[in-house]
Design a protein around this ligand. Structure first.
Ligand code: PLP
Length: 372
């Protein structure tokens, strides 16, 4: 049995004629950077998120950094984000010269604990970056309430959660701005790197547009120091095709999560905690992340049986050597630390089949029972 964590070749096979046509169109058109495909993608993704503007950039990490810069966040400012996450948000905050303030998570959803965020506020706090981790929205009512009371900006990190809903609304339109990543394995993934900032704030979108293109509106005239963070036409054309399928793919992921839950029940595997969906949240299962004891041994044994898994994330951000000199990380982060020891992401992608899900759970059951 060989079951990959994700299978991008199966996805390509399912949409091959549309993708091939999109490639042909761009190559024949001869325009490769910031052309009609990027403009159309910006409109389509913004509409999907329920926002007025979208600005395509080179990656999700650049989207974070440019959004922070465009919001005027820099030296002397503090930005609150999660201690258990991918590095990008904290890294971007440190890169613009501000201080990432890391807080513990809610044990059920792996997302920022709003009470911990509230406790971390100081007069220097300028923004909060809630990361909708693994495809599950953060507790946005509590986070937006905190931010509004104290006039903080909220920049949603939707890199793992495009299409997820909170209170019936898609994530991405809930704060001042949101960032997306089109890294190939994301729910909406390019065939290379890419990212976007979506926002209802026209001034902010204009500043990000300037920053992504060397601070220039008119050729060879540079209003501010920017950089090259452009999204290319081939990626945009691919993403436009895939965006048409995103809701179906997310629905398939949700069905697979249900099938996993049923398989775990059938095999009586009560030692494994399954991902949960918070009230008024719709999870899009970018990763299907369970919690179990003795994770590293279980992962090695599954690997030997051909089942690919991933420990995301095996350590917490305050322990990362690159971040340590920059972050403010008061406390011991008990929930984040425990999650880092226990999490294991199982195969999850739209083309996964019911027999494969059963094989994964059967494999897990035999590995766990060998220990018991
Ligand atoms: C939560 C989160 N934020 C930001 C990023 C950064 O995106 P990118 O890899 O496109 O720079 C990622 C990427 O993997 C991510 O998972």
């Amino acid at each position: 049995m060989e079951i990959p964590l994700i299978d991008l070749r199966a996805q390509y096979r399912s949409i091959k004629p549309e993708i091939d046509e999109a490639f042909q169109r761009v190559v024949a058109g001869g325009q490769f950077i910031l052309g009609p495909e990027v403009e159309a993608l910006e409109r389509e993704v913004a509409a999907y998120c329920g926002t007025r503007h979208g600005v395509g950039v080179a990656s999700g990490t650049d989207a974070l950094e440019l959004a922070l810069r465009a919001c005027g966040i820099g030296s002397g400012d503090e930005v609150i984000t999660s201690a258990f996450s991918f590095v990008a948000a904290a890294e971007a905050v440190a890169t613009v010269g501000a201080t990432p303030v890391l807080v513990d998570i809610d044990a059920r959803t792996f997302t920022m604990d709003p009470a911990q965020a509230a406790a971390a506020v100081t007069p220097k706090t300028k923004a909060i970056i809630p990361v909708h981790l693994f495809g599950h929205p953060c507790d946005m009512d509590a986070i937006l309430d905190l931010a509004h009371r104290q006039h903080h900006l909220v920049i949603e990190d939707c890199a793992q959660a495009l299409g997820a809903r909170y209170g019936g609304r898609r994530v991405g339109g809930l704060g001042r701005a949101a960032i997306l990543s089109f890294y190939p394995s994301k729910n909406l993934g390019a065939y290379g790197d890419g990212g976007m900032v979506v926002t209802n704030d026209e001034g902010l979108s204009e500043r990000i547009r300037l920053l992504r293109g060397h601070g220039s509106r008119a050729r060879y005239h540079h209003e501010l120091l920017g950089r090259n963070s452009r999204l290319d036409e081939l990626q945009a054309a691919v993403l436009r095709v895939k965006l048409r399928h995103l809701d179906d793919w997310n629905a398939a992921r949700r069905r697979h999560a249900q099938a996993y839950a049923e398989a775990f029940a059938r095999h009586g595997l009560t030692q494994v905690s399954l991902p949960q969906e918070g009230a008024s949240c719709e999870h899009v299962y970018h990763l299907y992340t369970v919690r179990l004891m003795d994770r590293d041994r279980v992962q090695r044994a599954l690997d030997a049986e051909g089942v690919a898994t991933q420990a995301a994330y095996p350590s917490i951000l305050p322990d990362q050597p690159a971040l340590a000199p920059h972050v403010k990380a008061d406390g011991s982060f008990p929930q984040a630390r425990q999650a880092a020891e226990e999490v294991l992401s199982l195969p999850m992608y739209p083309e996964l089949t019911a027999p494969q899900i059963d094989d994964v759970v059967r494999g897990l059951a035999s590995v766990i029972q060998r220990r018991d």
